[in-house]
Design a protein around this ligand. Sequence first.
Ligand code: F0G
Length: 462
Amino acid sequence: MSKLPKQKSWAEPYKIKMVEPIKMTTRPYREKAAKEAGYNTFLLKSEDVYIDLLTDSGTNAMSDYQWAGMMLGDEAYAGSKNFYYLWDNVKKYYGMPYFVPTHQGRAAEHMISKILVKPDSIIPGNMYFTTTREHIELAGGKFVDVIIDEAHDPQNTHPFKGNINVNKLEALIKKEGAKNFSYVFMAGPVNMAGGQPFSLKNLKEVSSLLKKYGIPLWLDATRATENAYFIKIREKGYEKKSIEQILVEICSYFDGLWVSAKKDLMVNIGGILATRNKKVYEEARNMVVVYEGLHTYGGLAGRDMEAMARGLEEMVHFDNIKARIGQVEYCGKQLEKYNIPIVYPFGGHAIFVDAKKFLPHLSQDLFPAQTLASEIYIDSGVRGMERGVVSAGRDHATGKHRYPKLELVRLTFPRRVYTQAHIDVTVESIAQVYDDRKKIKGLKMVYEPKHLRFFQARFKKL
Ligand code: F0G
């Protein structure tokens, strides 16, 4: 008599109700498409992409519960009931009393920077994010990276590479003087470090240090439920707590937060600015009228706010996040089988391929990650994104490229969109490009926009 094995595999806690066909193309077709797009995956037409791992931002599949909510949009100009429902859920899941909706994350970053950044002040954070730093700098502030050194090493397996180096932060405060700091921010998991979380232990240390100096602490809560998941499975004492409890505990240490709802909340558009500081709230509520729309819709339709409110309820389900991060892990483990150099530990939202190691014959001036992303697209129609020297941009003072230690291609997983078979195809394509890597030459930048150049820069093959 054979004994049935105990269930070891897991599967997604949902099934597919609607499908969207995707186009399969030939290599010559993709070579032409890549050339026309200036070898920038942001400039490809989405219909020419087979498996789209460009981003997890706004590319998620909403649930039937969210779609049903879309029919309940109260599209009144002022005081929509969807806004009040969303506000209730912002209080419940982020624990913040005050809230302003925005059309997406960077709109909230824009307003927070305008409100909080004093001219020439310092804003330290756990690594930069492209739009976050841009808004800080546009508001006249200076970003300083105070993440732990381990975060800059793709091979280091520290479980909380998103942590802040508290000694570095305190030394900076002592050197510059507390009054020259507008605020400190933490993002979790840290996107540019490879989707790496911070620990609650570290957060508590940062929070008490800043209390001592009277400096506010703000959170980029864009993927905070993923950070909560990592705390639950990696940090002692949190094993039995729910994602919801951990999320509220995280937020309790912050003066306020911003969210790109296009990630955790599993919607296609939306943003949140929430705070416990009434003065900041009042300024934001007034400012939103200038930039976004009335404070009860902030650039969104009533139906969008309903989908966000329902997304907040779904995002804290443990099985949902486990399946999401499980898919990312699955991709990482398959790539390991082909010895593809990747960032460790596997991130929350993406696997990051180490382009410096993948293409060691290319210097950073030849844009290895940009090159690799375009080669993967040409091979199979799989679209990833550059996170290296192009994303890092130029130093505003010197005008020179910033050369980040991490030169990565990000394979980002939209929530509830692709199957394991899509991942297998992706991995096989990257393995194929790896086999042919010696033939790959770099790129030359032929067009460079002033702001956030990675979105629109164009390149030519060498
Ligand atoms: N903060 C983080 C950590 C982000 O990842 C993003 C967007 C934003 C803020 C800005 O939010 O796009 O809604 O305006 N990240 C996307 C990405 C674009 O692909 O990583 P947004």
